[in-house]
Design a protein around this ligand. Structure first.
Ligand code: MIC
Ligand code: SF4
Length: 647
């Protein structure tokens, strides 16, 4: 029986457990990446492990999320990150060098390697044939310490591409098609592996766009083969030496198949407020647009921006539209500035933004009240843009650029303003690594700089035998980590857990945090009750660390997304799955819930008995965790567990 690429990479990195889908598997991590918003906590946790240097092949620390620097906090974080990188043997990518996933794809990705990143879009490098996985900061800190990473061995779904995209239809439309089919729910512990003749028609950056947004389906990763196109990309990046061919065996077996004929695709959009709400752009034709934003780790490659330049050339942004463009990396920025693309953009009236996450994380460029914003990024969760009533639609760069000119939703296929676009694949990138700082061999004189924004990683207490408390909040389905732990204006508090905690569930229930801390201070445990797909979206472990700080002891949900489930366990919060929708319906907010004999229940079983004291009944829920997670839950989290093992 032949192997998929996923199985091949997993076997090469096998460190323990089982490769059988659904079972716990430990793998070796070759490369790690962090970004500043999750990175400060990851390095504080790495420091807490007490190691002199990182132990994995390559660790890179990027600064791309918090580059706004209003107040001292972001700059404090940057200084800490730069100094701790030098001390611990980590490559530091300075602010301005670009978005982590774009820069990593360009400068470090390599076929057949594993990459663990403290950002949910780490799978972007799957476009290079790399098994790239997003995780919480602590898991990345442990990977830097050489500790194997535990996953649930994934199912592998084949996504077979046939045909060729028509001009004006792009990679973004492929992944939106995938999202339409698979939706944002129910794809945990799965890898999407792309096969078929259509693969050969896609460049590495296009493949990366597709892998990037697999994260929105909730999969562990997405993967393309490494072929001649990959070799050409690496050669153009002056890194052909990193190339290795990688393909699935001809008789490889998969756990499912989805076929897409690329030649039949048309421009698509994800409507508010979920990347899974897919419609054809043509169905919205003529709807007024207020804002257009092009960039983010999904669509900011040289190839994307050259197409945008071609569309904007000789035209002007409509009077009712504000257009912002953020090149994904300094390399892309420099290239578009030399080839005339940037001039076309400026002449068209575009506002040129820094090579950073910026608008995507709600750091700036929030739309007006009820404003319609067309964006090329990957997430359109309610409020993420910084405007609760903002209507964010996710589209391709082609759709975004043409709609910026017309001022209304315009399918690039149904217009005669721009006759053609050419797909330009650079054969020689302007590689310049001068914004990467490589760590010194001898770091004994390096001082780690800690400004007042740099706090300490929080610790939980070991599990107690009785956990008695209240359902402090009850929420519905698809609660994202943006709901739990807002970013945007609050992002600068990532390194200060006590302060950041005051904003937990801010946009959902602004009194949540006060209610929680009051109960915690009175010895009452807090519980969160939720529907399906709780914790979807980002890898931010703050969505577990801050609730932990507020005294949340368990989450009861109909299902919990992979990275968030791991973050909850790392924080020592019980991730409990409700067995039926009826069980979910029966619990009301503020009900008193009690877990008796919790230590023995967690030690021994997968089913946990809970009493609803207020309503006077008992129910069971599932504790679906690995043995390591069970142990960390007992010890009050991963940091306690690991520190004990290092003693
Ligand atoms: C996101 O796109 O939601 C983020 C911001 O990049 C997060 C990481 C974070 O919250 O810092 C992610 O995707 O993991
Ligand atoms: Fe940055 Fe947005 Fe990509 Fe997250 S999704 S890494 S915020 S560009």
């Amino acid at each position: 029986m032949g192997s998929s690429i996923t199985r091949k990479i997993l076997s090469e990195h096998f460190m323990g457990g089982s490769l059988k889908a659904g079972e716990s598997l430990d793998i070796r991590i070759d490369q790690t990446l962090t970004q500043d918003a999750t990175g400060t906590m990851a390095y504080l946790q790495f420091e807490a492990l007490g190691l002199d240097k990182v132990k994995n092949e390559l660790a890179v620390s990027y600064v791309d999320h918090n580059t706004i620097q209003v107040g001292f906090e972001n700059a404090d974080d940057h200084r800490y990150l730069q100094s701790v990188a030098a001390k611990k043997g980590v490559v530091f990518s300075r602010p301005g060098n670009g978005i982590c996933h774009q820069v990593h794809l360009e400068r470090f990705s390599a076929p057949g390697k594993t990459l663990l990143g403290s950002d949910s879009h780490t799978p972007t490098c799957g476009g290079m044939g790399m098994l790239a996985i997003g995780a919480g900061g602590l898991d990345v800190a442990l990977a830097m310490a050489g500790v194997p990473f535990t996953i649930i061995a994934p199912k592998v779904i084949e996504i077979r591409l046939t045909g060729k995209l028509r001009p004006f239809v792009s990679a973004k439309d492929i992944i939106l098609k995938v999202l339409e089919h698979f939706t944002t729910k129910g794809n945990v512990n799965t890898v999407f592996e792309y096969t078929g003749e259509g693969v050969k028609t896609l460049s590495v950056p296009e493949r990366a766009t597709i892998c990037n947004m697999g994260a929105e389906c909730g999969v562990t990763s997405s993967l393309f083969p490494a072929d001649e196109i990959t070799r050409e990309f690496l050669k153009a990046q002056h890194r052909e030496v990193a190339f290795r061919e990688l393909s699935a065996d001809s008789d490889a077996t998969y756990d499912g198949l989805f076929e897409i004929d690329l030649s039949t695709l048309e421009p698509l959009t994800a409507c508010p407020h979920s990347p899974g709400n897919i419609m054809k752009v043509s169905e919205l034709e003529g709807k007024k647009v207020d804002q257009v934003l092009i960039g983010s780790c999904t669509n900011s490659s040289y190839q994307d921006l050259v197409k945008v330049g071609q569309i904007l050339d000789g035209h002007h942004v409509a009077p009712g539209v504000s257009l912002g463009i953020a090149p994904g990396s300094r390399e892309v920025f420099e290239m578009i500035s030399c080839d005339g693309t940037l001039t076309k953009m400026i002449k068209a009236g575009a506002r040129i933004l820094e090579s950073a996450c910026g608008f995507c994380i709600g750091n700036h460029f929030s739309p007006s009240t009820d404003g319609v914003s067309l964006r090329t990024n990957n997430r359109n969760f309610e409020g993420r843009s910084g405007t609760k009533s903002g209507q964010v639609y996710l589209v391709s760069p082609e759709t975004a650029a043409i709609s910026a000119i017309t001022g209304v939703f315009t399918s690039p296929l149904n217009q005669d303003i721009v006759k053609s676009v050419e797909n330009i694949n650079a054969s020689d990138f302007y590689t310049d690594d001068s914004m990467l700082i490589f760590p010194p061999d001898d770091s004994s004189n390096v001082e780690i700089v800690r400004g007042p924004n740099i706090g300490q990683p929080p610790y939980n207490t070991p599990l107690t035998s009785v956990i008695a408390g209240q359902a402090t909040i009850k929420v519905g389905d698809k609660i994202t980590t943006d709901h739990i732990m807002p970013a945007g204006a609050r992002l600068k508090y990532r390194s200060n857990i006590p302060l950041y905690s005051t904003f937990v569930f801010e946009g959902v229930d602004k009194d949540f945090s006060t209610r929680c801390s009051n109960r915690r201070d009175n010895g009452i445990a807090n519980f969160i009750v939720a529907g399906y797909s709780y914790g979807q979206g980002s890898s931010r472990e703050h969505a577990a660390l801050c609730p932990m700080y507020l005294g949340v002891k368990a989450v009861f949900a109909l299902s919990i997304e992979r990275i968030h489930q791991a973050n909850l366990c790392n924080a020592g919060i019980l991730p409990l799955t409700l067995l039926s929708e009826e069980d979910y319906e029966k619990i009301s907010q503020d009900d008193e819930l009690k877990l008796d004999d919790a230590i023995n229940q967690v030690k021994s079983g997968s089913l946990i008995k809970v009493t609803n004291v207020t309503k006077g009944y008992e129910f069971e829920c599932k504790l679906d965790v690995t043995e390591t997670q069970r142990d960390m839950l007992l010890k009050g989290g991963r940091l306690n567990q690991i520190k004990e093992s290092l003693r």
